[in-house]
Design a protein around this ligand. Structure first.
Ligand SMILES: *Cc1c(COP(=O)(O)O)cnc(C)c1O
Length: 400
């Protein structure tokens, strides 16, 4: 026996049952493999969004399937009253690939927002000798997540407005070296920045920004906290974006691509920042569970053994050169690094381009009206990049 709800078209069911906070999707997906996904009607799509830079190994990757299968047969969850081997292995692996080394420490949560909540609490612990170090600086148009602390950090007033009052102490400044130099003082506990602003449309920081931010935060005793949730895990052609800027931050937050789609987030601290938290000051029931950390270990090992970090540079070059070669009057600039690509448009037609591409079986994202975001799985092949460029050419032409 079926109820009327079960037989109603899926979009009606979505509209009737999912919270109104979600924008109803156009497509219902059924399964995926590699860089492709299929909807419930059997239509195939080339996935150049990868669940917003999450599916680093694409869909149904055997290394992930194996990790989930094997670990779920052993232990999935034990609480933080117990240690597990995959948790320790991942913490040590993160200390190695971030360069945090022996002095590094790792906290595990379950999402990007949770990683940033932990970073926010870390900033609060940098109180200064007189306890008056309470300012936190972040950038306008930044995105750090939807929970109240992460939202307070987020530099998009439209996302915050309905949820005032915000957690106090956060100031959103212009993304220029001058703006930072003008406001920073010894009462700043932390500067929180995305090395490339992903949700803003893959927008690069000004040349030399991170170096100068490092110099100024160090001079004033403030933490430099980098939100690498979107830029991290090989996506921009280094394990973490800061590594191509020749600086060492005090902390970074990681989530999205680290377990290829399995939920997990992490805060990694460097040097003296590793001594700020003391026992009992933060925690999470699910955080660092053996299943999530096993999947992250499998994903990071696969990225490493297959050389996907370096490959992201070459593949990104092919993608960027390909977009430039289209010579579309709609393309104003190509931004980002490695396989995190933003296309700035000359007209506010991003949603129309994304909808047209979806029709043609290609998934790409329009984070705002004048930007496209392209973030394929790191396993993307040259042939898939060329196929994508062919469809993008058609969509740009159709919308122009
Ligand atoms: C996605 C994202 C977040 C939030 O991550 P969630 O897992 O959605 O909570 C935070 N910061 C950046 C830079 C992101 O891209």
């Amino acid at each position: 026996m079926t109820t009327s709800t079960e037989t109603a078209p899926w979009a009606d069911r979505f509209g009737a049952s999912l919270m109104r906070s979600l924008v109803p999707p156009k497509v219902m997906l059924d399964h995926g493999r590699g860089c492709r996904v299929w909807d419930v009607n059997g239509k195939e799509y080339l996935d150049f969004l990868a669940g917003i830079a999450v599916n680093s190994l694409g869909h149904a990757h055997p290394a992930i399937v194996r990790a989930i299968t094997e670990q779920s047969q052993k232990l999935m969850h034990v609480s933080n009253y117990f240690a597990t081997p995959p948790q320790l292995e991942l913490a040590e692996r993160l200390k190695r690939i971030t360069g945090a080394g022996d002095a590094g420490r790792v906290y595990f949560g379950n999402s990007g927002a949770e990683a940033n909540e932990a970073a926010f609490k870390l900033a609060r612990l940098n109180k200064g000798a007189d306890g008056r170090r309470t300012r936190i600086l972040t950038l306008q148009n930044s995105f750090h997540g939807r929970t109240m602390g992460a939202l307070a950090l987020t530099g998009k007033p439209a996302l915050r407005a309905d949820f005032e009052p915000m957690v106090p102490g956060v100031e959103h400044i212009d993304s220029t070296i001058e703006a930072l130099a003008a406001v920073i003082d010894d009462r700043v506990a932390a500067l929180v920045v995305e090395p490339i602003k992903g949700e803003a449309g893959v927008v690069d920081l000004p040349e030399g920004y991170l170096q100068e931010a490092r110099r100024l935060t160090e001079a004033h005793g403030a933490l430099l906290i980098l939100d690498e949730i979107q830029t991290g895990v090989g996506r921009t052609g280094s394990w973490f974006a800061f590594q191509s800027h020749g600086i060492t931050p005090d902390a970074i937050t990681i989530a999205k691509g680290i377990a290829g789609g399995f939920p997990i987030g992490a805060l990694v601290t460097f040097g003296w920042a590793s001594d700020l938290f003391s026992a009992g000051q933060h925690g999470s029931t699910f955080g660092g569970n053996p299943l999530a950390t096993s999947v992250a270990n499998a994903v990071l090992a696969e990225i490493e053994t297959s050389g996907l970090v370096d490959a992201a540079i070459e593949k990104g070059k092919r993608l960027r050169a390909g977009i430039a070669r289209l010579q579309s009057p709609l393309v104003e600039e190509v931004r980002g690094a490695g396989l995190l690509v933003g296309v700035g448009l000359t007209k506010p037609v991003a949603a129309a381009i994304s909808a047209d591409a979806l029709e043609r079986g290609v998934i790409l994202n329009a984070p705002n009206e004048s930007s496209l975001r392209i973030a394929p799985p790191l396993i993307v092949t040259n042939d898939e990049i060329d196929e994508f460029l062919g469809v993008l050419a058609n969509s740009l032409e159709a919308v122009a």
